[in-house]
Design a protein around this ligand. Structure first.
Ligand code: FAD
Length: 473
């Protein structure tokens, strides 16, 4: 490796977006990736049987499709939309759908029809301003001040306060499943914000998958990086800043605890101590399936949805998320199920399908829930097991071995309990810039452990690269 302007450690979506932004600005960039292929939690692999391509991590790309970073990069990504973004399995044979249209969704919500249209219809129509406010909250002046204030006032609350305004079991279950993406107990602050944001995205941009798997997004990023002279070295784990080529800026696509492991000597001791106490969210255990046929949902409407929250009632989802936070496995699982091949048939041989399901478990819990997960799906789709041609199981430990950022199975780079949401990893207008002792190269955190947090939007990479460009002039 020759000397470069910037070194990016980790070729996850954030690391790659950062590297591309720097390379496009004319910097000499090298990306060092520990694994033998780039992409981090965006990789797609034949986990089960030949011809079945599984997204190991992110599949549903509402955030990428809406992200200001991806929109600015204009990559050749092809999104495939399921007929309906989301279904929620309430009881066997009965479900509720979240459609692209807020009005169509509201029509299935009985007494909550008006309220849904008023709240979600309005947010969905103004999704661009909403996304700019949520994914780029430090922008000055704010890109969409009205949306920022309106969303902030509604979103800071626990879901349990917001859903009290909805009367139907359908609406309350939908909201609980959406809020559960926060991976917090649903009586925690900001869980309402997750429900509002995820629902508004469904109405605004949909919940598409990437044709060919999420790997196609990674491939497009790597191709763009190389076009601009950037270098990517895989199979290259970094354990200390000392081993890096001489450079003016280092951007770490790592979580705060990994930051301390790699850069301790460069960090002010108090900051290092604070980062070493970064709290992780519950983890996930995940099963990928190769299926001989589509899932035989008892309510056939669920076959139209790309994502199915197999969660039962709102109370059941609430209890499942509470249990994961308290270190327990709940009696009734809330399975987040994705049937990507229904929108993108390239993922399986003709007539066959792929699917995955995960549940939230205590961080680092190293058990196997395959039977329980399949039983839960079987409850809402009798005959599901008979269609399984192959399966692959990820425990929290195997996920972390596959991508070291998934600490204890945490898929979001750290809990989003409110303190870690606003100070991510530190408070201020440029939270990506990491304080260092004098004389070190400029250091940035560009992972989901930095603002705006987890999800496949690439915004932490985009903003960290912007901060690096400003710092280096
Ligand atoms: C099972 C699962 C399902 C998900 N589903 C969705 C979804 O449907 N939609 C969505 O938007 N998001 C989803 N996510 C979240 C999303 O994938 C992540 O938030 C996002 O990909 C994080 O990107 P990142 O670049 O911050 O980190 P990562 O993608 O984790 O990348 C970090 C990279 O750094 C590398 N690395 C780590 N340590 C070192 C080191 N010491 N030296 C060199 N390299 C190192 C890793 O190997 C990895 O390649 C999911 C995640 C998982 C795991």
């Amino acid at each position: 490796m020759t000397d470069v302007d910037a070194v990016v450690v980790g070729a996850g979506v954030n690391g790659l977006v950062a590297a591309v932004r720097l390379a496009e600005a004319g910097m000499r960039v090298v990306v060092l990736e520990a694994q033998h292929s780039p992409g981090g939690a965006f990789r797609t692999e034949e986990l089960t049987l030949p011809g079945f391509r599984h997204d190991v991590g992110a599949t549903v790309h509402a955030l990428a499709a809406a992200s200001p970073a991806f929109r600015a990069l204009c990559l050749p990504i092809e999104y495939a939309h399921p007929e309906v973004p989301l279904g929620h399995a309430l009881v066997p044979g009965r479900s509720v759908l979240l459609h692209r249209s807020a009005a169509e969704t509201a029509a299935g919500l009985g007494p909550d029809r008006r309220h849904w249209e008023r709240v979600f219809g309005s947010l969905g129509r103004r999704w661009e301003g909403l996304v700019a406010s949520v994914l780029d909250p430090t922008a000055l002046p704010p890109t969409a001040p009205r949306e920022l204030v309106e969303f902030g006032l509604r979103g800071v609350w626990p879901l349990t306060r917001t859903d009290a305004r909805f009367r139907s079991e359908e609406a309350r279950a939908l909201l609980s499943g959406l809020a559960a993406h926060a991976v917090l107990p649903l009586d925690a602050p900001v869980t309402a914000g997750f429900a509002l944001f995820m629902g508004a995205l469904a109405h605004g941009v949909g919940w598409p998958v990437a044709r060919g798997g999420s790997q196609s997004i990674v491939d497009a990023l790597v191709a763009r990086l190389r076009e601009h002279g950037g270098e990517l070295l895989t199979g290259h784990p970094v354990s200390s800043l000392a081993g890096l080529p001489s450079t003016r800026a280092v951007l770490l696509d790592l979580t705060p605890r990994q930051l301390v492991a790699v850069a301790r000597d460069a960090l002010p001791p108090r900051f290092a101590h604070r980062m070493s106490r970064w709290r992780h969210a519950p983890g996930v255990v995940k099963v990928d399936w190769a299926l001989d046929a589509p899932v035989p949902w008892a309510d056939a409407a669920l076959a139209r949805a790309g994502t199915v929250h197999v969660g039962g009632s709102a109370a059941s989802v609430r209890e499942a998320e509470r249990a994961a936070g308290q270190g327990r496995i709940p009696e009734e699982l809330h399975v987040l199920f994705v049937q990507a091949s229904s929108a993108d048939p390239t993922r399986a041989p003709a007539g066959k399908h792929t699917g995955w399901g995960y549940v939230h478990v205590p961080n680092g819990w190293d058990g196997d829930l395959t039977d329980a997960i399949e039983n839960r799906i079987e409850q809402f789709a009798p005959g599901f097991r008979e269609r399984i041609a192959g399966r692959h199981i990820f425990t929290t430990a195997t996920l972390e071995r596959w991508d070291a950022n998934l600490v204890g199975g945490d898929i979001g780079g750290g809990s989003v309990e409110w303190r870690q949401l606003i100070a991510r990893p530190r408070l201020g207008p440029t939270p990506w810039a990491i304080p260092t002792r004098r004389g070190d190269s400029a250091l940035f955190l560009c992972s989901s452990g930095a603002l705006p947090g987890g999800g496949g939007h690439g915004m932490a990479g985009w903003k960290a690269a912007g901060a690096a460009l400003r710092r280096l002039g």
